[in-house]
Write a protein that binds this ligand. Sequence first.
Ligand code: ADP
Ligand code: ADP
Ligand code: ZN
Length: 214
Amino acid sequence: MRMILLGAPGAGKGTQANLICEKYNIPHLSTGDIFRMNISTCTPLGVQAKKYIDKGQLVPDDLTIQVVEDRLVREDCKDGFLLDGFPRTVFQAEELAKFLQSINNTLDVVLLIDVPTGFILERNIGRRICSSCGSSYHIKFNPPEELGICDFCSGKLIQRNDDNEETVKERLNVYTTQTHPLIDYYKTNHFLSTVDGRDDILTVSKNIFLILDN
Ligand code: ADP
Ligand code: ADP
Ligand code: ZN
């Protein structure tokens, strides 16, 4: 299965991506995770990306598209993948379509996790991520078993630099102007499935599996 997850910042893409990838045994490709990994190891890509991410802006298309193409050509993506957080602009979507065509592939599923803007601030501000494995938690909606510690790897939980009120508001602006148009793009050029992202995590995943199993 080759699929894309769309949704506003904090809609639950990463959370659901983990559950989907486990069930369908496909790799989870999160551009945000890739950038954060590069930032934490201070690679040249990380240094570039950090300038934009900390301001809540998008990393430029050319850098981002290269990252994704380098990842998609790897052996583990041969039979499927889940893209989480990419594409984020219509240009990225067009480049992805061209790239997939060049390797004789197409997307099977484009899935939107739909969450009203009124949910976004609390979802992002309460998010904590594992500094070692990247798993995400929420202080209220999805707390770890032990405060501040990752359930999976015992890593330390931290708050993302861009999960403060000011930057979240900017990310939401960027989403509305640059990413939201993808919804119409995929309605026109593909097909778009939608789940209600206001429900709790397990209800959302149950509804996603209903769509994917059909
Ligand atoms: P969220 O969905 O919670 O906003 P992500 O982890 O997907 O967060 O992305 C974090 C940041 O990484 C974004 O705000 C943006 O700066 C950068 N980023 C991630 N994916 C892309 C992309 N496809 N294009 C441009 N920038 C991206
Ligand atoms: P995204 O990747 O879209 O930015 P995440 O999966 O990181 O979103 O989720 C954002 C925050 O909201 C995290 O703290 C996560 O634990 C929490 N969260 C995810 N899905 C739900 C949900 N259905 N209900 C409540 N909180 C959720
Ligand atoms: Zn962890």
